[in-house]
Write a protein that binds this ligand. Structure first.
Ligand SMILES: C[S@@+](CC[C@H](N)C(=O)[O-])C[C@H]1O[C@@H](n2cnc3c(N)ncnc32)[C@H](O)[C@@H]1O
Length: 218
């Protein structure tokens, strides 16, 4: 549950920052506008922030530069090491979306980039339920990740990747837990969030979910 991708990310850590800059042709579209995606997530965050799946710390850096109080959570040792080297004064802890050191105050924003798809839809729901307990009454979730408008679009993306000979990308699209907007809306609305989605490239959307605890209790 959460640690199954550690080996992959431990191995990828050293070259990860080259990939996000477009070095890998197969993933170029996935990472197109990477900096803009991180900036938009950071722009929408405020106050006390928990970031999941910090990787090499690129979003963390933007959050810190904005002057926010940030706790980063990352399961891969090698990723965490690189992030901590880049940001020696930031608290970056071992953990994952579902299991992480609890903080002793309410959280204003939970953020993540390119990571929530590592959870199955069932685990995504467990995570969202958990976050309703740690977020402040008007807290927000802001995630940038690959997501599809529906299952048909997801299948089209898979077929397209195969047609282009992008076999690693096709395999990813077939095996990782990329979800759909209606599925995320269903989960988030159930737990009292209002939602909005902004598309950034052919794969990545920014999901913003605003908790409205009064609405949840009504
Ligand atoms: C594609 S990288 C994204 C890194 C960074 N957020 C970025 O935008 O560049 C995915 C990251 O999620 C982490 N990860 C994998 N499974 C996770 C989980 N269950 N909970 C939290 N992070 C996870 C990986 O170790 C990796 O660092």
């Amino acid at each position: 549950m959460g640690e199954q991708f550690n080996r992959l990310f431990d191995e990828w850590a050293a070259s990860y920052d080259d990939t996000v800059q477009g070095a890998d042709m197969e993933y170029r579209e996935v990472f197109r506008n990477y900096e803009i995606i991180l900036q938009k997530i950071s722009d929408r965050a405020h106050g006390f922030v928990i970031e999941f799946g910090v990787g090499t710390g690129n979003l963390t850096k933007k959050l810190m530069e904005k002057g926010l109080e940030v706790v980063g959570i990352e399961p891969s040792d090698n990723m965490r090491k690189i992030a901590q080297q880049k940001l020696p004064n930031t608290k970056i802890m071992k953990g994952n979306f579902l299991s992480f050191p609890r903080q002793n105050k309410k959280v204003d924003a939970i953020v993540s980039s390119y990571a929530f798809h590592h959870l199955t839809d069932k685990e995504k729901e467990q995570a969202i339920k958990l976050y309703t307990n740690i977020l402040d009454t008007q807290g927000k979730i802001i995630f940038g990740d690959t997501i599809f408008e529906n299952d048909k679009k997801k299948n089209e993306a898979y077929l397209q990747a195969k047609k282009k000979g992008y076999h690693r990308l096709a395999e990813d699209l077939n095996t990782e837990y990329y979800t759909t907007i209606p599925k995320m809306e269903q989960i988030l609305h159930q737990y009292g969030f209002t939602t909005s989605f902004e598309q950034i490239n052919d794969y990545v959307w920014i999901l913003e979910a605003q908790l409205n605890r009064e609405a949840k209790l009504a």
